[in-house]
Design a protein around this ligand. Structure first.
Ligand code: BDR
Length: 331
């Protein structure tokens, strides 16, 4: 069945691969890409989204809307130290012909939910500022949306920006709290699951590189800084939470175990900003989300390689050409 999709993204690294899934998967009808403050500088994220659309051969077909350029209450915090300053591995790309749509992302989200009531599936793979703003603007927004897939939080596990918090919830904890309390039909893909099952090790990355298609070369280039960072912090390969979230929305059979949880986010804690509380149901709170606990990791990898086997439409960086961003790390 076709999935009518919006991807809300802070486009860098794995976000680009989630966009490829939305752009190229046979089940996906990608209505719009909405950009939110997160991983790297805002304009860079917009450019990365436009470039990914071009590389996928879909230039001019899917609008990119600029959204909230900072979190609701806090200063912007980036993940440039993870994904590099440009969020695309220093790859050289011809500038996309497409430009950003003049409509604001939040307006686009509200318009699409009105136009396709009960049909729209939102994949939110950045901080939840745009989605929270839509909730605040229209109290019925969550009821009009068919399903919301969120990449965020750690399910009683380690964070990745602090010991307590995962990046997307840390950057805008107030937005995350609003969205989790808004009554969406929500599925959550966590950092905890990611480090267990959405890591591509060097063997798999070599297989992807060996595909030697324009899209596999794009993947390898864009993925470079994330791989370097992940290995530096002891993960055995590059992490792909965003691509996984989008593919789960398109191929629910990738999920082999999930469970209902009550999930909310700490906004007040002194040391626990963005900590996500995953309550598994024994403390009397009603579940507000389905949390993915286990996936078929081989099927996820196979779905990714199927996407990257295609040729896309443009010729991204030549193999060997990418230069890593210099001095981009923020400690
Ligand atoms: C999340 O943070 C970002 O850096 C990734 O794109 C992903 O959405 C993981 O914590």
């Amino acid at each position: 069945m076709t999935v009518r999709l919006v991807i809300d993204t802070d486009t860098a690294a794995d976000d680009c691969f989630a966009l490829l899934a939305g752009l190229l998967h046979p089940q996906a009808k990608l209505e719009a890409v909405t950009v939110v403050a997160g991983n790297v500088a805002f304009d860079q994220q917009v450019t990365n989204a436009l470039l990914t659309i071009e590389v996928a051969g879909r230039g001019g077909e899917v609008p990119v809307h600029r959204g909230c350029e900072r979190p609701l209450l806090r200063e912007w915090v980036s993940a440039e130290y993870v994904h590099g300053i440009d969020g695309r591995g220093g790859g050289e790309f011809a500038g996309p012909k497409q430009t950003a749509d003049p409509e604001h992302a939040v307006d686009a989200l509200l318009r699409l939910a009105d136009r396709y009531p009960g049909e729209l599936v939102i994949v939110a793979i950045g901080p939840l500022t745009n989605i929270a703003s839509a909730v605040v603007r229209d109290r019925d927004f969550s009821r009009k949306v068919k399903a919301l897939y969120v990449m965020g939080g750690a399910n009683n596990g380690r964070g990745n920006i602090t010991a307590a918090a995962e990046f997307n919830f840390y950057v805008d904890p107030e937005a995350a709290r609003i969205v989790l309390g808004a009554g969406f039909t929500t599925t959550i893909v966590t950092w905890t699951l990611t480090v267990r099952q959405a890591v591509f090790d060097r063997v798999r990355l070599a297989e992807i590189e060996a595909l030697d298609t324009p899209l596999s070369r794009f993947f390898t280039t864009v993925n470079g800084p994330t791989l370097a960072f992940d290995e530096k912090v002891g993960i055995g390969g590059s992490t792909h939470p965003d691509a996984l979230t989008c593919l789960i929305a398109l191929e629910p059979a990738l999920v082999t175990r999930s469970a209902p949880y009550f999930v909310t986010v700490e906004t007040q804690g002194e040391l626990t900003r963005g900590y996500s509380l995953f309550d598994w149901g024994v403390f009397g709170r009603l579940a507000n989300a389905t949390v993915v606990e286990e996936i078929d990791g081989d099927a996820f990898y196979a779905a990714m390689t199927r996407l990257l086997t295609g040729s896309g439409g443009a010729s991204p960086a030549e193999p060997g050409a990418p230069s890593r961003p210099e001095g981009g790390a923020i400690q």
